[in-house]
Design a protein around this ligand. Structure first.
Ligand code: NAD
Length: 319
């Protein structure tokens, strides 16, 4: 085993020194991945993309991402694979399936998974990749679709330090900040902690804005007060759930092209599972999980999670 590890290290070290990480496969060209792949193209990387959605693949082609028909075709001969996919199962199948990434990516390549998943997912992929002479890091992101579009994402990385170092040129092309959080899975722990807090503050912002507006305050004035007071947060500054106050927020485009409510439910459920495993109390996280789940069961899973404001606002009671 020791010999195998040192052989892998030699392979990746050689890749750093030659600085030839130009050929990139990108898996998952959705709301986030489409912009991230386009930014890699803009920064001079040759990007081959794969997404089972023809619509996503066609949109990415307009940004210079070369379409492929399978994961195997996308990763053939590349230096680096980047993925951003919807769920634990999709990521595990994409990486460890018979026709998946690890089976087809070249020895010495580096795999970067930016999906938000259970920390046990990267912990399963990492040793299998290492066994094949391939590096793997979990590198979930924060910053939303706007961050993906403007290349201002924050990356939270778990894995070997040398793989983190090697990934920096690519991560810098797609984002503004990169953190090495620890061993494999540590990036996901940081990400789920962040998203649980984002879910809680998003819900809190929606209910406070709704209450203040119902009391007759001008929504603009109320938001201005919050943004200059102790309640200020990313939700009030960047992601206000009330339409029309922050022009770039999903609420101002009918809650489309944001962070889908169903993805928020997924992340809160992942965080809840993690907390349960270590018996860490999460009373507010548990309430937030249930509220977003109600929004999903009412049919708003595809809307941005800030749609919760519309649910709170709805009042059919007799006055
Ligand atoms: P999305 O649904 O818009 O995109 C996911 C894409 O993956 C889809 O286009 C889908 O067709 C594709 N896909 C599914 N199976 C695939 C496979 N086997 N191979 C290749 N592509 C496949 O979702 P999104 O908003 O882009 O989110 C993706 C991931 O990023 C999720 O894990 C989410 O939690 C995380 N994330 C999203 C945001 C956000 O604001 N949207 C922010 C941070 C993190």
């Amino acid at each position: 085993m020791a010999a195998r590890v040192s052989r892998c290290f030699t392979i990746t070290t050689r890749a750093y020194s030659s600085k030839v990480d130009k050929e990139v496969a990108f898996l998952g060209l959705g709301n986030m991945g489409g912009f991230m792949a386009a930014n890699l193209v803009k920064k001079g990387f040759n990007v081959r993309g794969y997404d089972p959605s023809k619509e996503a693949q066609t949109a990415a082609a307009k940004d210079g991402v070369k379409g492929t028909s399978s994961i195997a075709a996308a990763v053939d001969g590349v230096d680096v694979v980047v993925s951003i996919l919807p769920s634990n199962k999709v990521v595990l199948d994409a990486y460890l399936g018979k026709d998946g990434v690890v089976a087809h990516a070249p020895k010495g390549s580096l795999l970067i998974d930016s999906s938000t998943v259970d920390p046990n997912v990267p912990k399963q992929i990492f040793p299998v990749a290492l066994d094949s002479g391939i590096g793997f890091i979990d590198a979930p992101v924060s910053g939303g679709v706007m961050g993906a579009q403007n290349a201002t994402l924050a990356f939270m990385v778990g894995g070997r330090k040398e793989d983190f170092t090697r990934s920096l040129a690519l991560l810098a092309a797609m984002g503004a900040k990169q953190f090495h959080c620890g061993d494999s899975g540590a990036g996901q722990v940081a990400k789920l902690s962040n998203n649980m807090l984002m879910g809680i503050t998003g819900m809190a912002t929606a209910e406070c804005m709704n209450m203040g507006i119902k009391m007759g305050l001008d929504p603009k004035v109320l938001l201005d007060v919050l943004n200059n007071s102790s309640a200020r947060s990313w939700s009030t500054e960047v992601y206000c759930p009330v339409p029309g106050l922050v022009p770039t927020a999903p609420s101002s485009r009918d809650y489309e092209k944001g962070f889908k409510n169903e993805l928020m439910v997924k992340d809160l459920e992942l965080a809840s599972g993690m907390a349960l495993g270590i018996r860490s109390p999460i009373p507010l996280g548990a309430v937030a999980t249930q509220i977003y789940r109600v929004a999903q069961s009412r049919g708003y899973g595809e809307k941005d999670f800030s749609y919760i404001y519309q649910l709170l606002k709805e009042d059919k009671s007799k006055k």
